[in-house]
Write a protein that binds this ligand. Structure first.
Ligand code: ATP
Ligand code: MG
Length: 378
């Protein structure tokens, strides 16, 4: 569903070849591809290690060390970018060696045409996305089972601790030291309760029926819960919404949770003030209408090397008493359950934007109507 251009790293020292491939890519779709050249082995390795490209095209001839060495070294260093090997013609043993060195495909230079190039790139990118989704869903299901069991076991003793501490705090005034200690226990156990709640939300499938709600209302409700904290930190909130309803079919409380989590992350990124902007709007993709909510901050941004990990469950850069690393994985899961998508864009030292795209209710309805008319026998 992503509309951005596919970023291609072309590792090739031959400028003519770069021009040729650029022309082919333009023939396939001018705005669909962004090509960057790395003209040496070292530049190629640096590009592959940056993890910023969707796919790399690696030439065989690269001076004293060849493309096979480069792919092996990049793989050893943990490079995840899918690599397509560009070979001379008729050296099948080298093509096979390239696959052993980590290439996902190979293309014979003289024979490449726009169609085969497009197919090879698309296949490489799709395979990478599918692999990442598979790893994520395996992890999520294992985490979900663990989380469900843990949350269940922890909930009762925790409620007892919280209840008892609150009773003690409400009782006759006690020694001030003791009162202070009780307050600390109270704060920590509340934090544990929050964690258990997050774990339960993470593991439990909400069986309650979907309903239609306005995305703007969910956002307003979420903002009312974060505005006090924003004020304390000196963060100004900017909220823009169109004057048209954005009807979503699903669970309002879940979408509220999504927005709250995104705002909390933004606030965590701006401990000494800044601007939190929430923009609501509509967009049209692949013949469907979607509502969008974009949460942006003026924090330090997310380093490029961490971008691929932020949606992993339990991935956090925050201290243990501050973050559990579940926020974004919960957000992603809830948004996917609504048929939507979360995208992130970040510029270091400038800030981060998360965009949540959700199908509009009327689109869902009109689609099912169309299905019904196309296939009356169903
Ligand atoms: N707006 C943001 N600005 C900078 N970094 C961010 C932002 N949002 C997320 N991150 C990074 O992504 C990591 C994962 O975020 P996530 O919400 O999943 O967990 P968390 O905020 O660390 O903990 P939790 O949400 O469970 O309390 C964060 O630790 C942080 O490094
Ligand atoms: Mg978070």
């Amino acid at each position: 569903m992503t509309n951005r251009a596919i970023r291609i790293l072309l590792i090739d020292d031959d400028d003519d070849e770069v021009v040729l491939l650029r022309e082919m890519l333009s023939a396939i779709g001018k705005d669909d591809y962004a090509l960057e050249q790395a003209a040496t082995y070292a530049e190629g390795l640096a590009g592959l290690r940056s993890g910023q490209h969707d796919v790399a095209l690696v030439d065989y001839r690269l001076g004293p060390r060849d493309g096979l060495d480069l792919m092996r070294e990049a793989k050893k260093l943990g490079c995840q970018t899918p690599m397509i090997f560009l070979t001379g013609m008729g050296r099948h043993e080298i093509d096979l060696e390239a696959m052993g060195a980590g290439a996902v495909d190979y293309l014979a230079k003289g024979k490449v045409d726009p169609e085969s190039l497009e197919r090879s790139i698309r296949y490489a990118v799709e395979r990478k996305t599918l692999e990442a989704m598979f790893v994520q869903s395996e992890k999520l299901s294992a985490m979900g089972q663990l989380a469900a069991g843990l949350a269940h076991e922890l909930n009762n003793p925790l409620m007892l601790i919280i209840g008892t501490v609150k009773t003690l705090l409400e009782a006759e005034p006690v020694d001030p030291h003791l009162a202070e200690a009780l307050k600390r226990i109270d704060r920590s156990s509340e934090r544990c309760r929050e964690l258990v709640r997050e774990l339960l939300a993470f593991s439990r499938k909400d069986e309650s029926p979907s309903h239609e709600f306005d995305l703007t209302e969910a956002v307003v409700a979420a903002l009312s819960l974060v505005k006090t904290q924003a004020k304390i930190q000196g963060v100004a909130i900017e909220n823009e919404a169109p004057h048209i309803p954005l009807k979503i079919l699903g669970h309002k409380s879940h979408i509220e949770q999504v927005v709250i989590n995104l705002c909390n992350n933004a606030l965590d990124a701006m401990p000494t003030g800044g601007r939190l902007s929430i923009h609501l709007g509509r967009t049209h993709r692949k013949q469907r209408d979607f509502a969008q909510v974009k949460v942006s901050d003026t924090g330090p941004g997310i380093p490029a090397k961490l971008m691929g990990r932020i949606f992993e469950p339990f991935f956090t850069t925050k201290p243990a008493d501050k973050g559990t690393g579940l926020g974004l994985s919960i957000i992603q899961k809830l948004v996917h359950q609504h048929g939507g998508e979360v995208e992130v864009a970040s510029v270091e030292k400038r800030g981060t934007s998360f965009t949540v795209t959700l199908p509009l209710a009327e689109t869902k309805r009109s689609r099912s109507t169309r299905h019904a008319t196309q296939d009356p026998g169903r």
